[in-house]
Design a protein around this ligand. Structure first.
Ligand code: XUL
Ligand code: CO
Length: 436
């Protein structure tokens, strides 16, 4: 196998290729369903997992050195950035995503941290122009530092609330400067461990005020990216306020924020909430809030966020099917919120993992388009609900009937029959498309 440095660019060689550092399914400029694959998929590299995570887990230290041979903090982060852009270039990835602390060293004071951050934003701006890459979204890490132990916008401390706001303000200024396509709010520690010490109503109201202030600031500076909430049910807190897509929609509607936010759906967060990836995308879409995706997969035997690179084609096919049905991405994309396993600890593994993840979504896209073109699934669903297209059903859909009229109608129905849902048949249709 080649070394990292020997791979100049990962290109498409097709499904018969045995070259590890080649795409088997992702052919960026191939036109599919009216647009190039790269525009369907809008892949993004995650700064935190790719350039910062070094294999540390609860039981052991790092297995990979990501200091890039630099001791000086600013030099280290500049080298990380150089490496990140080179990597995107090798992998033909057009976008990237970061938390504030992923791109710049934290100083001894907030003023110093802000200064470092702003210097690094300027540095990224130069690299973006040089490499022709774009920012999909950025966010604030308002959960890692000790001061955020009780949350950020739901902290019991007003001072912590203020520093969280300062970090989001700096993030929005950066998003505006870098031409970001979006800004993400993941409620890192916005939740609780026990109600015995928690004023839930105050925390939720404060969180809503925070979001409204962010919307006001976005308008004030003319940032035209999308705002996303990223649902997650648990971890780090036992109960997160942004549990799943439906809970987030309820929060947004309760506080009059639903027109200002979309959702960033993460596959591993969906399964932690006891939902499929498809369920969460569909829920976002039917609520008019489909925005972006954090592409990864979990391990269904484990109860935590393993953030693995996606390799399950069944899931990416059904995920891409939902995304296509939702109209595809506008400002969102597929951000690999995924890290190589602790034992996959070489830079070659980073390339191989991205290739695996990108190919799995590319294959998912091809198969999802094939499912739609095949038509059996869509026709089945359309036919299944045909009773709502005429007569009493059409009146129900139009909201033009009443309990009284339906009660009278029910008396005229000779027999109440429901056709088979044909689940196993439909699952075999998916297999037929996948494996031909
Ligand atoms: C955490 C997670 C985050 C968000 C951004 O589980 O997914 O990395 O995507 O803060
Ligand atoms: Co995520």
């Amino acid at each position: 196998m080649k070394t990292y440095d020997e791979v100049a660019k990962v290109t498409y060689e097709g499904p018969d290729s045995r070259e590890p550092f080649a795409f088997k399914y992702y052919n960026p400029d191939e036109m599919l369903g009216g647009k190039p694959m790269r525009e369907h998929l809008r892949f993004a590299l995650s700064w935190w997992h790719t350039l910062c995570a070094d294999g540390v887990d609860m039981f052991g230290g790092s297995t990979m050195d990501k200091a890039f041979g630099k001791a000086d903090p600013m030099e280290k982060f500049k080298t990380k950035a150089d490496f990140g852009f080179e990597l995107m270039d090798k992998l033909q990835i057009d976008y990237y995503c970061f938390h504030d602390v992923d791109i710049a060293p934290e100083g001894a004071t907030w003023r110093e941290s802000l200064d470092n951050f702003q210097q690094m934003v300027d540095y990224l701006a130069k690299l973006q122009t040089q490499y022709g890459k774009r920012l999909l979204w950025n966010t604030a890490n308002n959960f890692g530092d000790k001061k955020f132990m009780a949350g950020a916008a739901t902290s019991c401390s007003a001072d912590v609330y203020a520093i969280a706001a300062a970090k989001v303000k700096a993030g929005l200024d950066a998003a505006k400067k870098l031409g970001g396509q979006g800004y993400v709010f993941w409620g890192g520690r916005e939740g609780y461990e026990t109600l015995l010490n928690t004023d839930m109503k105050l925390e939720l109201d404060n969180l809503a005020h925070f979001m409204h202030m962010a919307v006001d600031y976005k308008r004030e500076i003319g940032f035209d990216g999308d705002f996303y909430i990223e649902p997650k049910p648990k971890e780090p807190t036992k109960h997160q306020y942004d549990f799943d897509a439906a809970t987030c929609m309820n929060f947004l509607r309760t506080y009059g924020l639903e027109k200002e936010f979309k959702l960033n759906i993460e596959a591993n967060h969906a399964t932690l909430a006891g939902h499929t990836f498809q369920h969460e995308i569909r829920t976002a879409a039917v609520n008019g809030a489909f925005g972006s995706i954090d592409a990864n997969q979990g391990d269904l035997f484990l109860g935590w966020d393993t953030d693995q690179f996606p390799t399950n084609v069944y899931d990416t096919t059904l995920g891409m099917y939902e995304i296509l049905k939702a109209g595809g991405f506008t400002k969102g994309g597929l951000n690999f919120d995924a890290k190589t396993r602790r034992m996959s600890n070489t830079f070659e593994d980073i390339l191989l993992s991205y290739i695996a993840g990108m190919d799995t979504f590319a294959l998912g896209l091809r198969k999802a388009l094939a499912l739609i073109e095949d038509g059996r699934i869509d026709q089945f669903v359309e036919n299944r609900y045909r009773s709502y297209r005429s007569g009493i059903g059409a009146k129900i859909v139009a909201g033009q009937t009443s309990l009284k009229e339906l009660a009278d109608y029910a008396l005229t129905v000779p027999d109440f029959t429901v056709e088979s849902g044909r689940q196993e048949y439909l699952e075999s249709v998916v297999n037929n498309i996948l494996f031909r």
